[in-house]
Design a protein around this ligand. Sequence first.
Ligand SMILES: [Zn+2]
Length: 254
Amino acid sequence: MIDMRGLHKHPYYPYILSEFKESFSNDCTHNSWSKFKKLHLSITHNRCPICECKLDGSVTRETNNGLMEMNATIDHFRPKDITLYPLLKCDDKNYLVMCKDCNEAYKGNKFPLFGDQIRDITSNSTTNITTEQPLIINPIYDDLLELFILVFTSSLSGKKVLELKPKYEDGYLYEKAKETIKLFSLGNCEVDVHENDNIQNCRINLLHHHYSKFHECAKAFKLGQIKKALSIQKRYNLKNYGFYIFIQKKQFKL
Ligand SMILES: [Zn+2]
């Protein structure tokens, strides 16, 4: 997962925002909110901030109609669905780039809240919603190191995968991490199986790819072989991944 907390302070943000506002008078559309895509992707190094899949056109997955390119989409973090948060449809602070699978196949219109909280559906600005405690992380606002640890493990079928686990054992942050992992299938990936085989296979292959990419570097950090770990990091350009900060902080289990 990739920390995007610098996004709203990015020097280009005000320019994109004014372009966005000029693009519609009453109701914004896909064309308008897509204007933020490039800027979000510049922070994530062209990756999905949730699953860290590459979004530069180089990754494809099977569909019933052939291969589909994994491309970037703008998600409404609080869903714009008429029964949920329709007033946040044109709120730029509610936008978050994601790959098509994380956005449409996994998250969709889901937006669970902690405990028995009442949804604040009357606010027309994300920043005014201060009492809700969502059970989905938002990498633009949340400190990911306070929510997750990385685990190098094997799936039920024996495939080596890099998964996320909650950092804490109870409380709001635990529930939030647990629900996020389940919702996006970033852990226990062969227990909480996606109904679409193509999407499920793609996710498992991605978690396996992350394992292969990071295992050697994590092992070197664990053994105190810092020089070796840094050289692996440079060789594979691991700094561009959100995972790397977890490895550097030794927030992982081998
Ligand atoms: Zn994704």
